[in-house]
Design a protein around this ligand. Structure first.
Ligand code: B12
Length: 331
């Protein structure tokens, strides 16, 4: 157990559960089992306080304490290594001083006092709900995630790592298509809400974001949307699988200030390469930025085309992008 901090009275105050009930849960179900001081006082960790809050909430919704304890114990599985590493990488990038200097909006700035352990619990709970294929629990944990901090923080620390893990488990045959779809739908709705809430006002510059034809990886596009919002842009997300013709119509109609294309792993890179001139044409001289883990596959076609390849640190990409936007429409 990490950082045992709270005596039973403090836990009772924090959770609203009387000390007698906490002792009874421990006696009957061994859950949660606090450490003891030398003089045998109970000492609870942050994580245990969160578990007690969840146990209380489940009981209030009508579950017997024994059932609620079983449910919570089931959900305390650890993340596979790959996902854990990704979570760490994302947390690290969020904490790096370089990254924080790119924050231009107070609404999306991270705070040094964030309790990351709390996010681990939430991620595990969300994964538990997906494994159980329980839409009600999934919805509930998704909603509680929305209360955890700024939009970018929630996306980077909770929703993105969970969806990456879900994608990974789907790729590995652990999760079914139905489980993946349910999670993408519920968490996707929450991400779209977050994007709406943190958009700058109508006077801000606008960027149109789309995935190339045959590209179904939407999460990276959402990730890029949070970057653009941080940089002060309003984003319009066209979504996955957007052919050049559809982009062209949207550009003509919406008259954005810039266009962003996302490439992760489309159905055929050959098709993407073939269509790239049409995408460039669809932009009608407006600034184009191309990103995503598959963007390098078309990098050679972007040379001398006055388009930005999103490669390197966010600061670097931001500087390149702003320089291109400053040049405006080029024929
Ligand atoms: C989630 C996922 C899925 C989900 C997608 C859900 C969704 N709605 O997005 C599902 C399960 C549906 C899926 C399906 C497939 N997937 Co998949 N998927 C993944 C997974 C696990 C995570 C990708 C992700 O979302 N990362 C999170 C985001 C936030 O990452 P990001 O790229 O870092 O995004 C940032 C930057 O790239 C940048 N960025 C992105 N776009 C843009 C755009 C602009 C303009 C800018 C400036 C920046 C920018 O900003 C973002 C935020 O910082 C990866 C494996 C992995 N662990 O990475 C495989 C992975 C990408 N998938 C893969 C494959 C092969 C597929 C399938 C083709 C499999 C199949 N046989 O059917 C299908 C179909 C996809 C298709 N045709 O498009 C492969 C690709 C292989 C490769 N060589 O690259 C991977 C790598 C898995 C693997 N190891 O084989 N997948």
């Amino acid at each position: 157990m990490t950082d045992p901090l709270y005596r039973i009275q403090a836990v009772s105050k924090l959770t609203g559960v009387p000390p007698a009930t906490l002792r009874a849960w421990e006696r009957r179900y061994g859950f949660p089992k606090p450490e003891r001081t030398e003089s045998a006082y109970r000492l609870y960790s942050n994580k245990q306080v969160q578990l007690i809050k969840q146990l209380k909430a489940l009981c209030q919704q009508g579950l017997a304490p024994s059932e609620a304890v079983k449910l919570l114990q089931k959900e305390q599985f650890t993340l596979p290594n790959t996902a854990q590493n990704q979570v760490k990488a994302i947390v690290k990038s969020e904490q790096s001083p370089q990254e924080t200097t790119t924050n231009t909006q107070p609404t999306t700035t991270s705070s040094p006092t964030i309790d990351y352990e709390q996010f681990t619990d939430l991620r595990n709970n969300l994964m538990g709900a997906v494994h159980r294929f329980d839409p009600v629990l999934l919805e509930r944990y998704t909603r509680s995630a929305l209360l955890q901090g700024s939009a970018k923080l929630i996306f980077d620390h909770i929703f993105a790592p969970v969806l990456v893990q879900i994608g990974q488990e789907w790729h590995d045959g652990i999760l079914s298509i139905a489980q993946e779809h349910l999670a993408t739908e519920v968490i996707g709705n929450a991400i779209r809400d977050l994007l709406r809430f943190v958009q700058p006002d109508q006077n801000a510059k606008q960027i149109l974001l789309a995935c190339v034809s045959g590209e179904l990886h939407l999460l990276p596009l959402y990730g890029s949307a949070f970057h653009f919002i941080q940089w002060g842009y309003r984003v319009v997300v066209l979504g996955v699988n957007t052919p050049p013709e559809a982009l062209k119509q949207s550009v003509m109609r919406l008259k954005p200030d810039a266009i962003g294309l996302s490439i992760t792993y489309p159905k055929s890179f050959e098709q993407t390469r073939k269509e790239l001139p049409n995408y460039l044409q669809a932009c009608q001289g407006l600034p184009l930025i191309v990103g995503g883990s598959g963007a390098e596959q078309v990098a050679d076609l972007l040379e001398d085309r006055d388009a930005v390849l999103a490669f390197g640190s966010p600061q670097n990409v931001k500087a390149l992008f702003e320089a291109r936007v400053a040049r405006g429409v080029v024929s």
